[in-house]
Write a protein that binds this ligand. Structure first.
Ligand SMILES: *Cc1c(COP(=O)(O)O)cnc(C)c1O
Length: 359
């Protein structure tokens, strides 16, 4: 039994001299934050990589969600959202004084069930905030149709979607605003960080002000807050950027090793046609919560820590009045993400799969 502990993820680190040479540039310029040269360079690279026009690099993915809501004028309305996500999706709605209205998820890929959205629309509904959970695509076409018909804004929490494409287009290129998280645990990271990708220029201009206190010099335009990212975060992003393709390729290899070793014994999300997947996570669904807990205990004996991702279903948070979402509640009791990171050795992935099957 190895003493080494294996967690669900391990942050990618670029060769240190690549990071340090970027940090040298910060010391040379003397600019530490406030839209410095490295941040501008990172924004330019990200726009090109994602094929989008308006993008703001920010402190983290949670403030990106809050800014998305601020920039789209939610007026304390209702926001239709998914219960199957990280808690930040719901908490951002609450912090912006809106009301989350939960619509259940698809069994196939755990994204919001677009067929159930219209029934949840009321005169107070302002927006749909959906999540490309684990990097799988929401039904973006159906959501767009519904939003048009009912005059709603669409926000995608794309924290998992970096590198995923749908019909040849980045998943971040859908909706009015899409958000990213570049947290250290995410596929592409800037230690802490995030971004908003914005469809329309006037919304982008507003968000640009709101992320920096709502003012330019002595001219105050609107209520804002502080979501500016620093040059050091941008340096990590620029150092990681050239390694994206290699990171995705290595994650794909690990995922394929799991696929082969598990041999279809556990339920897996279905990839829809047209999706070019980023291999951000490796979720599996156990037959029951008991089976999940048994597998976790077995893995833990061997120093391996999978993660209950996502649990609980957000409609069950103690501080929300959530609608019942039976599919999400069922899945959240049975789903886990197996360890997945670029340098996870194939033998280790095979051993993890064996332990899961034996449990
Ligand atoms: C990580 C994550 C966030 C929050 O991003 P931070 O950068 O950690 O603030 C939001 N939504 C989802 C789905 C996430 O996984």
């Amino acid at each position: 039994m190895s003493k080494e502990k294996i967690y669900v993820t391990q942050s990618f680190l670029p060769p240190r001299e690549e990071f340090f040479s970027l940090v040298e540039r910060i010391f040379d310029s003397g600019v530490l934050t406030n839209q410095g040269p490295l941040l501008q360079e990172l924004e330019a690279r990200l726009k090109e990589f994602l094929g989008v026009e308006h993008l703001h690099f920010l402190t983290n993915g949670t403030l990106a969600l809050q800014l998305a809501l601020q920039s789209l004028d939610m007026a304390e309305g209702e926001v239709i959202t998914t219960p199957f996500s990280y808690v930040a999706t719901t908490s951002s709605i609450l912090w912006e004084r809106c009301t989350p209205v939960f619509v259940d998820i698809e069994t196939a890929n755990f994204t919001i069930d677009a067929k159930k959205i219209e029934a949840a629309i009321t005169p107070r509904t302002r927006a749909i905030m959906a999540v490309h959970v684990f990097g799988y695509a929401c039904d973006v076409e159906a959501i767009e149709r519904i939003a048009k018909k009912h005059n709603l804004k669409v926000i995608y929490d794309g924290a998992h979607a970096f590198g995923s494409k749908f019909h040849g287009r980045s998943l971040l290129d859908y909706g009015d605003v899409s958000t990213l998280s570049f947290h250290a645990t995410k596929l592409f990271h800037t230690i802490e960080g995030g971004a908003c990708v914005v469809r329309h220029k006037h919304v982008s201009d507003k968000l640009d002000l709101q992320k920096r206190f709502g003012h330019l010099g002595d001219d105050h335009f609107c209520l804002g807050f502080n979501a500016k990212a620093s040059e050091f975060q941008a340096a990590m992003g620029l150092a990681n950027f050239p390694h994206i393709a290699e990171v995705i390729e290595k994650r794909k290899k690990v995922s394929e090793t799991y696929d082969a070793a598990l041999g279809g014994a556990l339920q897996r999300p279905a990839m829809q046609a047209g999706l070019e997947y980023n291999y951000a996570y490796y979720p599996v669904v156990f037959s029951s919560e008991q089976a999940l807990l048994k597998a976790f205990a077995k893995l833990a004996e061997h120093g391996i820590h999978a993660r209950r991702y996502f649990y609980p279903s957000l409609n069950r948070l103690p501080y929300v009045k959530g609608q019942s979402c039976p599919v999400s509640e069922d899945i959240s009791h049975r789903v886990a993400c197996l360890p997945l990171f670029p340098n996870l050795p194939a033998e280790t992935a095979e051993r993890i799969a064996r332990l899961v099957l034996e449990s």
